[in-house]
Design a protein around this ligand. Structure first.
Ligand code: CAA
Length: 382
């Protein structure tokens, strides 16, 4: 009776397995990926070897078929070691989910199988230079061309652009119809007319390339459309309902990494003749960090369970978990830097990287201001 509100045994075992792999084979690459701004190939290889690179893909496409909670735990544990690397399973889920939710059987088979096998990654192209929070106002355009489509436009802030082979791209197919005039397509990096901008110079997640993606008369066969014409925006929003949970998990993982580092440091660091952990001021900070982290994790796991069940209130819970966990991660990582004092401000310790990495979780997959709009609409019955 009283074990109902606990992680199932197999999820706890999964956490242990991911943590062991990440401590050994992902964490050691994190500082270099950040310092050099390079995609952590060795971490990707380790995640592939452990089958943690795209755990959400169902078994029928060769994946491990992890449920949404298990996928969140994988992303959380990878983020605890390296936030950039956690974008490998997170963005593979973001890119493929439109296909999983709305794609044809043929699209699923063709594009999910290579991702599950670790042969390709999959990114998500919604935002544009002039259409960020106001995603409906996109101008990327697909026009009918024979039995297919001709795609033109530019997408911005595309995570893992260039390293991904496949892209879900949202484009206007019926101008003037607003959200009902947007359709979704699978575009391949190898499609003639696809090119990429220079990598953005970012504050954090430097090991995960963020680039513009350009489409110059890209010819798409009709079967590359995901779902029916005009259903793309709905698919885009429903995808984000699920994947905001994964960003919450990423934030929880980054915060856990910072708390672990800070809790270790304050027991080693001696001032005034004793470990600084003996001082109540330090203890109160640690307690607040742990309390916020546990609250964030609980909300994230509830949202993950709702994602798995496809509950009607997932829209609210996905937004709430992402907003709360990312705000908590920003606070916790900033406090971790404070607890390490001058050392925390240097690259000799990982907490300044974690603080920089945490910031993006308040911004991407919808700013936390957008999350509050989404939550308020739910509360007000909109
Ligand atoms: N599920 C299904 N359908 C939904 C939905 C949802 N969660 N939310 C909205 N819709 C539908 C609405 O029902 C509506 O359909 P009808 O016209 O048939 O009624 C349609 O979509 C338009 O919805 P809204 O009227 O609510 O649209 P809006 O223009 O007011 O925008 C918004 C709402 C919440 C602000 C939305 O634009 C939004 O979420 N913006 C943020 C975009 C975002 O998150 N971008 C992140 C990019 S991805 C990224 O960062 C990834 C990365 O690289 C890591």
């Amino acid at each position: 009776m009283f074990n109902v509100y606990e992680l199932p045994e197999d999820h706890r075992a999964l956490r242990d397995a991911v943590r062991e792999l990440c401590d050994g084979k992902v964490a050691p690459n994190a500082a270099a990926a950040d310092e050099l701004g390079e995609f952590p190939q060795a971490s990707y290889d380790a995640l592939r070897a452990g089958d943690f690179h795209a755990p959400h893909i169902p078994e029928e496409y060769g994946g491990v078929g992890a449920d949404a909670l298990a996928t969140a735990i994988v992303i959380e544990e990878v983020a605890r070691a390296c936030a950039s690397s956690s974008l490998i399973p997170a963005v593979n889920k973001l890119g493929t989910l439109p296909v999983l939710l709305s794609g044809s059987a043929d699209l699923k088979r063709r594009y999910l199988t290579p991702v599950a096998a670790g042969e390709a990654m999959f990114s998500y192209c919604l935002s544009e230079p002039e259409a960020g929070s106001d995603a409906v106002s996109m101008s990327t355009r697909a026009v009918p061309d024979g039995d297919g489509w001709l795609l033109n436009g530019a997408k911005r802030w595309i995570t893992n652009a260039g390293v991904s082979d496949y892209y879900t791209v949202f484009a206007v197919t019926e101008p003037g119809a607003r959200s009902k005039g947007i359709s979704a397509f699978v575009v391949e990096k190898a499609d003639p007319g696809v090119s990429f901008g220079a990598p953005e110079k970012k504050l954090g997640i430097k090991g995960s390339p963020t680039r513009e993606v350009y489409f110059d008369n890209v010819r798409l066969p009709a079967d590359r459309m995901i779902g029916d014409p005009g259903t793309g925006f709905r698919t885009a929003m429903r995808t984000l309902d699920h994947t905001r949970v994964t960003i919450a998990a990423q934030a929880v993982g980054i915060a856990q990494g910072a708390l672990d580092a800070a809790a270790g440091y304050v027991q080693e660091r001696r001032q005034f003749g004793r470990p600084v952990a003996d001082f109540q001021g330090i203890q109160f900070m640690l307690a607040d960090m742990a309390m916020q982290l546990d609250a964030a994790r609980q909300l994230t796991y509830v949202a993950a369970a709702k994602s798995e069940r496809n509950d009607a209130d997932l829209t609210y819970f996905g937004a709430a978990a992402k907003c709360f966990a990312s705000d908590a991660a920003m606070k916790i990582t900033t406090d971790a830097v404070q607890l390490l004092g001058g050392y925390g401000y240097t690259r000799d310790f990982p907490v300044e990287r974690m603080m920089r990495d945490a910031k993006i979780t308040q911004i991407y997959e919808g700013t936390n201001q957008v999350q509050r709009i989404v939550m308020a609409r739910h509360i007000l019955g909109g």
